[in-house]
Design a binder for this molecule. Structure first.
Ligand code: G4P
Length: 276
């Protein structure tokens, strides 16, 4: 793992981000509600300095409601925090209200309120941008291919959104953070150990009675199977993940478990809790 990867930014990424940050009045920082610490790049905080921002705990429909509540309390006080589901219209409306309340006076009637969405891969940045963009939205600024420079989307009168999200590489703190980020789909396939990530995830489910039951019921497993590798083998059998030799294909089964988790089929589960 190179130094650049640990810091979570390449120099090119950092420069592009810096340039774009200088153009906006407010940053929408998107985190995954299932992993609010690890899906945050701590270097960004340093880069943002005192730049106005909101923190969006996205994918709350995939997280445990009670723990999302703890996170809201934990993160409150720094910047406004929204528990969010990018697929819910009501949440987009709540976000717009919050943004309006944070609009600097200096942008009223004088110039557009300029916004940008930032976050690591797969936290829902593009979904949020698409949901914020109304049908009537028109791209302003430079014409692609003719003039270089940032593209803006006019969200509503007086609001401009940078049309590409600020992209941050994930911050790889340690081995566990690699598994966690792999599990939520923020790392490229091939850059983490799929079998270990799925194993770790299954262990999280097995750590609690309630989630153990969910796992056993979902894959129709015998209640006495409580060991992680037996569970994975059982899931492989139940879902027909066999290799050519007729054995359970653990890699394929691990991919399936991760895919079910990402799509919320395993039910809501939060992978990080705030220290209490
Ligand atoms: P990114 O730009 O940060 O990389 O993320 P993007 O918006 O592409 O979202 C990544 C995946 O997460 C997409 O699913 C998207 O639909 C899903 N997603 C975004 N926000 C939410 C949310 O609040 N709740 C849930 N449950 N899912 C969310 P996908 O399977 O990759 O694409 P698609 O099949 O949905 O188009």
């Amino acid at each position: 793992m190179g130094k650049r990867q640990i810091s979570g930014f390449s120099i090119k990424e950092e420069n592009r981000l810096r340039e774009n940050l200088a153009l906006v009045d407010l940053v929408i920082e998107v985190l995954d509600a299932r992993l609010p610490v690890t899906s945050r790049n701590p270097r960004l905080r340093k880069m943002l300095g005192s730049k106005r921002r909101i923190i969006v705990l996205n994918k709350t429909d995939l997280a445990e409601q009670e723990i999302t509540g703890y996170w809201l309390n934990f993160l409150a006080g720094e910047w406004p925090v929204l528990a969010f589901n990018a697929k819910r219209k009501a949440d987009i409306i709540r976000m717009e209200r919050l943004l309006e309340s944070l609009r600097p006076r200096s942008t009223r009637f004088k110039r557009p309120f300029r916004l940008m969405v930032v976050g690591i891969p797969n936290v829902g940045k593009s979904t949020i941008i698409n949901r914020l963009v109304q049908k009537s939205a028109a791209r302003t600024g430079n014409t692609p291919g003719i003039t270089r420079g940032p593209q803006w989307i006019k969200l509503r009168a007086g609001w401009d959104l940078l049309d590409t999200p600020g992209f941050l590489s994930p911050f790889l703190r340690n081995e566990q953070s690699i598994l966690l980020l792999g599990a939520i789909g923020s790392l490229a396939p091939g850059s983490f150990d799929v079998e270990r990530a799925a194993g770790w995830l299954v262990e999280q489910f097995l750590a609690r009675e309630k989630t153990t039951r969910i796992l056993l019921d979902l894959y129709s497993l015998e209640p006495e199977i409580k060991n992680c590798s037996e569970i994975i083998a059982g899931i492989g059998k139940a879902r027909g993940c066999f290799s050519k030799g007729g054995e359970v294909d653990i890699f394929k089964t691990s991919q399936l478990i991760l895919s079910d988790f990402r799509r919320g089929i395993l039910g809501p589960i939060t992978l990080e809790r705030p220290l209490q």
